[in-house]
Design a binder for this molecule. Structure first.
Ligand code: ADP
Ligand code: ZN
Ligand code: ZN
Length: 739
């Protein structure tokens, strides 16, 4: 009899531990591989678990162990390298292992769907069809032609048949006669070897000197992270494309991570035009089935380029050759709930595991990455000129203190917009606030419409008319009277994109004003339609939020007007200035991307503020170095490592109580010293949200090892704390959002 084995499983759930099961009863399975999925009963539910390790002994008495119900995969679904990455991430981010695997897998695999690659429908001759002589079917010439085409090619896709002039009617008739049949063709080119020539669909551009230096610096057979810092339009994407070309020629796969809303059809189109290889795109527009298929195409080696948002970092690839993170500073690479991982940071872990290059590209590096480049841990590659013949835009600050504004705009700004429109150019007006106005206020008594569940004001929306909380989604009718003094003198104060759209349309009645924000792009294809209209090149005004800042190439925009830059200056989050600098630089980078000279106008009440001065006159890089110095003095990241223990509850005392206990436990494990400090429990920046009071305990550590040594035992003790059951709590390692 074979020796008893035990299966150590990651089961979805809130506990930071694994569970041991016996193999399913009557299982004939002889080979157990970490990365296989099993169905198990857990409490009174059935869950999908991942096999993490096969054990030959177990300390628990055999009677307490349950057999698993069923094995779902005959091969490991997650390859060893991804198993390692998940195990590493669970430890680093203090996340329950079951939750890590759930995030790593596409939804359908998580739910137990079989991992089978689906093919496309193809047509071929049936046995009967093969028996028809070449001059048969004389009464139906179209069908005869179709038969002949299929006789020449053993099988064809409906599209290829259509390209050869065969219509669906002929196919239907032939199928009814039993002469042709449909079958599922799995386009698997995992064994195809591409050469430098066969991988390319269009030839590469001639790199300029800076691009060439960057491209030549990249080594493909060792681990190295490169910070490719290039101003917008400097040709970073061209460097990525050429590096990917090298990887494809070596028969390897490339993984490209892009921000949440950065995967535009424009971006994807650029990769598809350049390369002749299967590309898998993993983005939020896919349904679960499509996502599963894209994942499987990468996992079997068929897809050679994988382009996706954050969670694509967990795509299985048999043969990875490079990882590229575009717009590496973008906050969407950090998941803000559940498994709070940073895809950018995991990309470095993964690249080093495979000994392959990682390129972090951006015009506005995060202070973390910049500091790593300055400290020579990353190789710093810089592109300072715009590629092609586009010139960097000119920049001007408009001091609006004491000025009479027209609907919130400086007269000089309006004049500049008018000039550009007259010259048949496009104008982009950036305002990072959607809705009509941020505040509804009573002119008689000063009452403001507040969210009943959050510490925030309700935003006024006109289309449709309502008050809306952007934090908890609470909505209500717009009142006609003040809720405090019943006056009718209610005023919508401040500027949102809806109001800007309306005002600009009034000021410039003869041009199209297009608004681009979350409200106007919610419907499928809405964004594509807007982009298509912009790309007709007609003079127009684009009004929008940060959605305009990302990834788009609008060649006819010559003027970028930044209406309100002041918010970030006084943010309570220590990353506020960094984010403001990134956003303004990215938006400004939309000006003059093609042959026309661009200009940027920024209106502000604080044009003398050193941060605004530095950003506008010295550029992002110098600005970021100033910020780094400030962070160093304040001993904040990247000069220390942060973790937050967060807790929220309807009764705020429960949250502070839990966090006070957490602090005592932490201090008992590691007392406060020069290497490790505790701060809190303190209220979060927005103390009440969605009806819950929110608090946090901040932990600053001098190094990552120390932080991890503390958090591991701390999180296990917190799991057992009775006070923890009455609150929602979480640990956020390397938090990106302090609010
Ligand atoms: P980035 O990714 O840095 O914003 P892109 O790669 O999108 O820049 O390049 C901006 C524009 O310059 C694109 O239209 C691109 O086709 C063009 N371009 C890039 N590199 C070159 C080059 N070496 N020669 C000519 N045009 C280039
Ligand atoms: Zn009032
Ligand atoms: Zn709210």
């Amino acid at each position: 009899m074979a020796a008893q084995i035990y299966l150590k499983l990651a089961v979805p759930g809130p506990l930071r531990r694994h569970f041991v099961y016996l193999p399913p009863i009557e299982s004939t399975q002889t080979q157990w591989l970490p990365g296989q999925r099993l169905r198990v009963s857990f409490g009174n539910r059935e869950l999908i678990a991942i096999l993490v390790e096969v054990l030959d002994h177990c300390d628990l008495p055999g009677k307490q162990l349950k057999p698993a119900l069923q094995v779902l995969d005959d091969k490991a679904l997650l390859p060893p390298d991804l198993m390692d990455l998940c195990a590493w991430a669970a430890k680093y981010y203090q996340c329950p292992p079951g939750e890590v695997y759930s995030t790593a897998l596409p939804a359908l695999l998580r739910q137990g769907e079989l991992a089978t690659l689906k093919g496309e429908p193809f047509w071929r001759l049936s046995t009967e069809g093969k028996g028809i002589p070449e001059n048969g079917l004389r009464q139906a010439p179209k069908q005869a032609a179709a038969l002949n085409i299929l006789r020449e090619h053993s099988s064809l896709s409906p599209r290829a048949l259509k390209d050869s002039g065969v219509g669906t009617a002929s196919l239907k008739s032939l199928e009814q006669k039993g002469l042709i049949e449909r079958f599922e063709h799995i386009a698997d080119s995992s064994l195809t070897r591409y050469t430098r020539e066969s991988a390319m669909a269009e030839s590469a551009l001639q790199l300029n000197d800076e691009q060439q230096l960057a491209f030549d610096a990249i080594s493909y057979d060792i681990y190295q992270t490169y910070l490719l810092e290039g101003i917008t339009g400097s040709g970073k994407t061209e460097v990525y494309l050429q590096a990917i070309g090298e990887v494809l020629a070596a028969n390897k796969q490339a993984l490209v991570l892009i921000p949440e809303i950065g995967l535009t059809p424009q971006t994807l189109g650029r990769f598809q035009r350049r390369f002749n290889v299967p590309i898998a795109a993993l983005h939020s527009g896919l349904n679960d089935k499509e996502r599963l298929q894209a994942w499987l195409q990468a996992a079997c080696g068929h897809a050679r380029i994988i382009i996706g948002t954050r969670s694509a970092i967990f795509t299985a690839m048999p043969n990875p050759g490079i990882i590229i993170v575009d717009e590496e500073h973008d906050t969407s690479f950090k998941q803000q709930d559940g498994f709070r991982y940073s895809a950018r940071d995991l990309a470095a872990v993964r690249a080093s595991h495979h000994r392959i290059p990682l390129i972090l590209g951006t015009a506005t590096p995060s202070l973390e990455s910049l500091n790593n480049a300055i400290g020579k841990r990353y190789e710093h590659l810089q592109l300072k000129k715009r590629a092609a013949n586009a010139k960097a835009p000119s920049v001007k600050l408009l001091d609006i203190r004491g000025q009479k504004l027209i609907q919130g705009y400086a007269p000089e700004l309006i004049e500049a917009i008018r000039q550009e429109l007259t010259a048949k150019n496009q104008v982009l007006v950036f305002l990072n606030r959607r809705g009509f106005a941020p505040t509804l206020m009573c002119h008689d008594c000063g009452w403001q419409a507040l969210c009943p569940h959050c510490d925030t004001r309700l935003t006024v929306h006109q289309q449709p008319r309502r008050l809306h909380c952007h934090h908890c989604d609470y909505q209500r009718h717009q009142p006609k009277q003040c809720q405090a003094c019943f006056s009718h003198e209610l005023q919508a104060l401040g500027l949102g994109t809806e109001r800007s759209e309306e005002d600009l349309q009034t000021l410039f009645p003869s041009v199209r004003v297009l608004r681009i924000d979350r409200d106007t792009t919610r419907r499928k294809n809405a964004m594509n339609n807007l982009v298509a209209e912009i790309n007709t090149g007609q003079p127009c005004i684009l009004v929008g939020t940060q959605m305009l800042a990302k990834g788009h190439h609008f060649p006819d925009v010559t003027l970028v007007a930044i209406i309100d830059a002041d918010g970030g200056l006084f943010s309570a989050d220590f990353r506020g200035p960094e984010r403001m600098g990134q956003l303004i630089t990215q938006v400004a980078g939309r000006a003059g991307r093609a042959s026309k000279q661009g200009q940027v106008l920024l209106q502000s009440h604080h044009i003398d503020h050193p941060m605004i001065q530095s950003l506008m006159h010295e550029g992002y890089h110098r600005f970021a170095r100033h910020l780094l110095r400030e962070r160093q003095v304040a001993n904040m990241p990247p000069f220390c490592y942060l973790a937050l223990v967060k807790a929220e509850a309807v009764d705020g005392r429960l949250a502070t109580d839990f966090l006070s206990q957490a602090r005592s436990i932490a201090e008992a494990l590691y007392p406060c010293n020069a290497q490790l400090q505790y701060l809190g429990p303190l209220p979060s920046i927005m103390e009440r949200r969605g009806g819950r009071f929110r608090f946090q305990l901040q932990i600053n550590a001098a190094n990552r090892g120390l932080l991890r040594a503390l958090l591991e035992p701390l999180s296990l003790q917190l799991e057992k704390l009775p006070a923890g059951r009455k609150v929602r709590w979480a640990i956020d390692v390397d938090p990106q959002d302090m609010s």
